[in-house]
Ligand binder design. Sequence first.
Ligand code: AMP
Ligand code: MG
Length: 267
Amino acid sequence: MKQYLVKPGTKVKLSTWDPNETGDLRGGKQDGLVEVAKLNNKLKELQELLYAEHKHPVLIVLQAMDTGGKDGVIRHVFEGVNPQGVRVAAFKAPTPEELDHDYLWRVHKVTPGKGEMVIFNRSHYEDVLVVRVHHYVPPEVWGKRFEQINEFERMLTENGTMILKFYLHIDRDEQRERLQARLDDPSKRWKFRLGDLEERKLWPDYMQAYEDVLSKTSTDYAPWMIIPANHKWYRDLVISSVLVDALQNLNMKYPEPEENLEGVVIE
Ligand code: AMP
Ligand code: MG
């Protein structure tokens, strides 16, 4: 899955990243879904171990355009993990209190503790995405944030947090279909906002903003991956396998039991 990694220091042009990719699984979607289920089992075991070991904080950042699949990833990839030890932090438009503080204030408050896995559904990156595209602050202000974010993430990783960042890459046609599906399906309509259509008009501006994010904030300590996300099963497959890999690399162990348990009798 290394091909989806954004090498630190490279300039990303999103039009050269294929959102339709489905890898080289022979059985296609059917095999893919079986693989996702297997990986889900491994993820559950690893998360249990992460929690038991109580050593590493793990932060997973999900960013995408509207309908990109952030909610779907949270539902499918993390299905069945132990809610004790996994938390989702969703970042909406800031409250007045949040706006009175620096943009990282609300973020740092919800970062993971040891043994905890936190999924950011949107993140501090909105402060160089929506904020930039809508001119909520001038370029002199958001322009400095790439470096600030890199330093913030460096600080987190130097203090033990593992950070994985996923950009779910869909194209504009796929977004049209998914918005249409939301409109047509009564059980999905609650997700549809007329404002989403205004955002959709700004697609090119968002792509430019995302390209800057991916080019400037993929670091060796907190890398970005660009996940082909037009096909939901493949998106889930890539993310699951990256997560399982990363957790396995932590070489975690269950904590040693208390000494002298030999011969203990429970009456
Ligand atoms: P959703 O993810 O569909 O629930 O929508 C959340 C909304 O909050 C999106 O429209 C985001 O653009 C918006 N949002 C998130 N973070 C910020 C931010 N820092 N400033 C302004 N809007 C934000
Ligand atoms: Mg939305």
